[in-house]
Design a protein around this ligand. Structure first.
Ligand SMILES: *[C@@H]1O[C@H](CO)[C@@H](O)[C@H](O)[C@H]1NC(C)=O
Ligand SMILES: *[C@@H]1O[C@H](CO)[C@@H](O)[C@H](O)[C@H]1NC(C)=O
Ligand SMILES: *[C@@H]1O[C@H](CO)[C@@H](O)[C@H](O)[C@H]1NC(C)=O
Ligand SMILES: *[C@@H]1O[C@H](CO)[C@@H](O)[C@H](O)[C@H]1NC(C)=O
Ligand SMILES: *[C@@H]1O[C@H](CO)[C@@H](O)[C@H](O)[C@H]1NC(C)=O
Ligand SMILES: [Zn+2]
Length: 438
């Protein structure tokens, strides 16, 4: 009797601890690797032999495809992924940094080092994670090379201008480096960026055999990454998300179509004080004072494009509230380039088109201890990746435009309570049984 009472008290203690004190979050925390292959269209693996990507789908989860935010460009889309905010909120509204007053235009690679382009009050995941005690790194990832409110990512690698994007020897080294950051230096979050298959897609077009070759090389490096994870015993502690920023479509050229030349419809130099054109399917213009309606009307007559006044853009674009975007936004129909005056444009493939076009959709794969196996998800918007990453890292997200509900199905446990639920219930049952004996 005495012994049973002691046992009873002990059990009360144990059960109350399990039930009442939630599992300390950090004990269960997994590490996270976010990998982005620039311009990996959702269906690029369907006409190439990709054994490693196929195995990933068996060992993890796959979305049929995912949708980038409007403004299907590298910097805007990556920054939506890493902030969970629409482009109108994070204000990284182009690959090029620009200022419509000073006419400043900073090329894409160079803008990667300019904090004033990225730091607009919306904090990316690295900084939020660091503020909650985690250690993070960015390897070539857009937005990872600058400071936010004076705070830098703990470790950062920036690609030099002119850096080759397709060197498989270097890819292996980069994977080895990142995996060692997890295994030897206890990093919690690393984002790793590859510049392919975007480059090949631009230079040769999405249907060129060289695009298939680069997909085979990407498949190889994914196999290499999985081996490295196994060799460093990270299988049970590291979650991996593989995704992209936009798709790619073939650019229509003469004689197949009449290519757009905007200066045929309006005198650009007379009517606009600032423009970024000749950059694929997305163009921006600042009309000279009092000329907004004239610019709008002229461009409304041009075929194969849609012109918007910034404040009249459909709300679903989530672009209209941007302060940085100039008053006029031009979106070409799929496959058309917005040439300004002459055809100087050489790309065979491009993006920047409407995110509803299937050619702009991109891949999503994930695997690791928190993800289900052999699970195929319905499509979703990339803005929802952010709350998923916060859940995986068990950190408190910043205000964002995503929803964890959209991706909860990808995870074994819908929430943290699941894991403690069973032992607690079992203990409670034993307790009830014992108390009836006592
Ligand atoms: C553009 O440059 C002007 C003049 O230097 C500056 O006052 C303004 O804040 C800049 N605009 C943006 C959006 O950075
Ligand atoms: C990471 O950066 C944060 C903020 O700058 C800093 O407080 C923290 O000590 C850094 N952590 C490591 C491990 O370097
Ligand atoms: C590829 O990368 C390796 C390792 O960084 C380097 O030694 C080699 O020179 C590079 N090759 C080319 C063609 O850039
Ligand atoms: C482009 O516009 C022309 C003129 O309106 C039209 O005839 C043609 O069908 C359009 N091309 C495409 C591919 O939509
Ligand atoms: C996106 O999230 C921010 C921060 O919570 C919010 O201010 C904004 O209104 C949201 N945007 C939309 C379209 O809901
Ligand atoms: Zn691109």
């Amino acid at each position: 009797m005495r012994l049973q009472l002691d046992l009873f008290l002990l059990l009360v203690l144990v059960v109350s601890r399990v039930v009442c004190t939630p599992l300390k979050k950090s004990e269960d925390r997994k590490k996270l690797l976010l990998v982005s292959f620039d311009g990996f269209r959702w269906d690029y693996d369907q006409d190439v032999d990709t054994p490693n990507l196929d195995q990933l789908a068996v060992d993890g989860v796959k979305a049929k495809y995912i949708t980038p935010p409007m403004l299907t460009m590298t910097s805007p889309s990556h920054f939506t992924t890493i902030t969970g905010r629409w482009v109108e909120d994070h204000e990284v509204v182009h690959n090029m940094m620009f200022n419509t007053t000073t006419n400043l235009k900073v090329p894409h690679k160079e803008s990667m080092k300019r904090s004033e382009w990225w730091d607009n009050g919306v904090l990316p995941l690295w900084i939020t994670a660091q503020n909650q005690g985690l250690k993070t790194a960015s390897f070539f990832f857009p937005g990872g090379g600058v400071s936010y409110r004076g705070q830098a990512v703990n470790r950062t690698r920036l690609a030099e201008v002119g850096h080759p994007d397709d060197n498989v020897t270097e890819w292996r080294q980069n994977v080895d480096t990142v995996v060692s950051w997890f295994s030897k230096e206890e990093f919690d979050l690393v984002t790793l960026y590859f510049g392919e298959p975007d480059n090949v897609g631009h230079a040769k077009g999405p249907d060129h055999p060289d695009r298939k070759k680069i997909i085979a090389q990407i498949d190889y490096i994914i196999g290499y990454l999985r081996d490295a994870i196994n060799n460093h015993n990270l299988m049970d502690s590291l979650n991996v998300i593989i995704t992209s920023d936009h798709g790619m479509t073939t650019i229509k050229k003469r004689p197949q179509v009449d290519e757009i030349i905007l200066n045929k419809y309006l005198n650009l130099i007379k009517l606009a004080s600032f423009e970024i054109l000749d950059y694929g399917g997305f163009g921006i213009l600042t009309p000279r004072p009092g000329k907004e309606q004239e610019v709008y009307d002229a461009l409304s007559k041009a075929p194969n494009l849609t012109v918007y006044k910034k404040h009249e853009m459909p709300e679903s674009f989530h672009l209209g509230r941007s302060e940085r975007l100039p008053p006029i936004v031009v979106m070409a129909d799929l496959g058309f380039n917005l040439n300004s005056r002459f055809i100087v444009y050489v790309n065979k493939g491009d993006h920047g088109f409407h995110n509803g076009e299937m050619d702009m959709k991109m891949i999503f794969r994930a695997f690791g201890p928190s993800f289900k196996k052999n699970f195929v998800s319905e499509p979703f918007d990339s803005v929802h990746i952010y709350p998923l990453m916060c859940e995986l890292l068990q950190i408190q997200p910043e205000p964002h435009n995503g929803s964890l509900e959209v991706t909860r199905d990808l995870l074994w446990s819908g929430g943290e309570s699941h894991r403690t639920g069973l032992p607690a219930a079992l203990l409670l049952w034993v307790l009830v049984w014992l108390s009836s004996v006592v």
